[in-house]
Design a protein. Structure first.
Length: 397
């Protein structure tokens, strides 16, 4: 029974990305509360189980490791520096290696910067694994304008291409069996950075057996504070998550071609009956970035978009008041990007990046004034549009 914290890194050629890594690896303000909540959950819900809490520290500089070592726990505790370089995936690999060494039956992974972790999360994550499931994926109560990568990239693709009916495939908190942990460690696609969450979900869906969704409620964590500056955190995350997902689509292309429906998964727990807080969005800034990136990376260029490029250019010139970006256009662009990805990975993601931001901005505009359930219905409705164009991707794989 394990815990990990989120040491994250981003490309070394970006000063903003390097600054993000400095912020994300440091959890001094939260790590002791996280450890206390996990220890309470283990003691309350699994008092007869032998358990070990592992803190995988990502070279923090704010005393995170020392503060974690000071916490007194009823469960066993191991505080160590992750084995290898920086990166969230490296931290997870370290924990899975420890779990394998200890022959752990069940492993829970939670971020070290969580503000909303409750002891009951430990029960909801681990109980299904001890009952025979191979993977538990989280479900949180989130505002529709949050989850910028989840809602518009990962959610529709995981449902339509892998047939796994989970709402938040990269939620951050997971539980997995010892068997699945061993399978992940053997996989040559195991990522070092942000792509680790989608890697766990997809490999678990394809090869891991029974998947369960755990409704954990509201998630609050320190890294959300960096979402207001997309260049600093969300853009590097987009490149790493989308890149890993696209590699997995090609790696499991035979499985993808066999999928014919979305398979619903059982759920444990219930989401609380209240609406999440609104997420502020600087629409003017997003529009300017959308326009400048389309001009820089798409206009007059020979890209994988082909006939879609002219339409994207036209949309980028629209005023904010009438901006639109249809789901069908976005789905076709994503499928074309997946097809082109092996030939030129980074160039493909650089071209796709402004389209992702344009689609998100259009979604914010079209859901203004809607209730959270109404906006959520729009997000879920994307799946049918992605299904309609699925044959295009099958031709490109």
């Amino acid at each position: 029974l394990m815990i990990r914290r989120p040491p994250r890194s981003t490309p070394s050629n970006s000063s903003a990305a390097s600054d993000v890594y400095k912020r994300q690896k440091n959890c001094a303000s939260t790590i002791q509360r996280v450890l206390a909540a996990v220890d309470e959950g283990l003691a309350r819900f699994f008092p007869t189980r032998k358990s070990l809490i592992v803190v995988s520290d990502g070279f923090s500089t704010d005393g995170t490791r020392e503060l974690a070592a000071e916490v007194s726990t009823r469960a066993g505790k191991l505080v160590l520096t992750q084995r290898g370089g920086p990166g969230k995936g490296v931290g997870v690999r370290t924990i899975l290696q420890v779990a394998e060494e200890k022959q752990a039956r069940a492993i829970a992974l939670v971020d070290g910067d969580l503000l909303s972790l409750k002891p009951d999360w430990v029960r909801l994550l681990l109980q299904p694994i001890l009952g025979g499931a191979e993977l538990v994926v989280p479900l949180y109560l989130r505002h529709p304008h949050d989850g910028v990568i989840t809602n518009h990239v990962v959610y529709p693709l995981v449902n339509v291409l892998f047939g796994l009916g989970v709402r938040q495939p990269i939620g951050g908190e997971f539980a997995l069996s010892g068997k699945l942990a061993g399978r992940l460690l053997e996989d040559p696609l195991f990522p070092d950075k942000f792509g680790i969450d989608i890697f766990i979900t997809v490999v678990g869906a394809v090869e891991g057996g029974r998947v369960v969704e755990a409704a954990l409620g509201v998630k609050e964590h320190e890294s959300t504070k960096q979402y207001a500056d997309p260049e600093a955190l969300l853009v590097p995350m987009f490149h790493q998550v989308a890149g890993t997902l696209f590699r997995l689509v090609h790696h499991f292309r035979d499985h993808v071609k066999r999928v014919r429906k979305v398979q619903a998964v059982p759920r444990v727990g219930e989401l609380p009956p209240f609406e999440p807080s609104p997420v502020p969005v600087d629409e003017g800034r997003l529009l300017l970035r959308f326009r400048s990136l389309v001009e820089e990376r798409i206009a007059g260029k020979d890209t994988f978009l082909g006939p879609l490029a002219e339409r994207v250019e036209q949309l980028s010139r629209m005023p904010l008041s009438s901006l639109e970006f249809p789901v069908s256009l976005w789905a076709e662009a994503l499928y074309r990007a997946i097809g082109a990805f092996p030939r030129s990975p980074e160039d493909t993601l650089c071209v796709l990046e402004p389209l992702w931001q344009g689609r998100y901005l259009a979604f914010v505009r079209e859901t203004k004034g809607l209730t959270v359930p109404e906006a959520e219905s729009r997000i879920c409705g994307q799946v049918s549009e992605f299904w309609k164009l699925r044959s295009l991707l099958e031709q490109l794989l």
